[in-house]
Design a protein around this ligand. Structure first.
Ligand code: ADP
Length: 161
């Protein structure tokens, strides 16, 4: 039974790791809604509007992907969207504890919603938006990690800061 799945996250900004997961999810689920969290306490580099716009551009060649923003609890958003499945990514063991806690908390809040974990291609398994931003601030090339337009946007943003 194919279902609608929601892939929630900060996506600050989108990386090849996120895109890899979106492609995998799209092959399994009938609809994939990528949900960009407001998360103001995380002090994102990019506004929600910018993160949504970059995601839209990054997945333009993948059919059937919707990108939207949301605030509040992801399970409330999922209920509103009539989705029962949340997609999350597991890169390394270090992700496991946090993701496990979050999945079980969400299950407690709404037992009807399942979290499904996908693993990226190995070469993206160490990739995180946070590390990328640090590397960019030290002048690293990001071409192996994000599309060109995302690298440009990061560097532009950092110049203005
Ligand atoms: P959050 O702030 O919700 O963790 P992220 O944008 O950092 O938002 O990540 C969203 C989801 O995507 C998380 O489940 C995270 O583990 C997963 N993810 C992030 N980067 C990668 C990657 N390189 N490969 C696979 N999954 C990833």
């Amino acid at each position: 039974m194919c279902q609608k799945a929601i892939y929630p996250g900060s996506f600050d900004p989108v990386t090849y790791g996120h895109i890899d997961l979106i492609r995998r999810a799209q092959e399994i689920f009938s609809e994939v809604l990528v949900a960009v969290a407001h998360n103001p306490h995380k002090k994102p580099l990019f506004s929600v509007k910018e993160r949504v716009a970059m995601l839209k551009k990054a997945v333009v060649d993948i059919p059937g992907i919707e990108i939207r923003d949301f605030s509040g609890l992801v399970i409330d958003f999922a209920k509103k969207e009539k989705a029962r499945v949340l997609i999350r990514g597991l890169r390394m063991i270090s992700d496991f504890e946090y993701e496990f806690q979050m999945a079980l908390t969400n299950r407690k809040l709404d037992p009807h919603i399942e979290t499904i974990f996908l693993m990226p291609q190995e070469s993206y398994s160490y990739l995180s938006s946070k590390l990328l931003k640090e590397a960019a601030s030290l002048g690293a090339s990001l071409s192996a990690f994000v599309p060109d337009f995302v690298e440009k946007a990061i560097k532009e943003k950092m110049r203005k800061e």
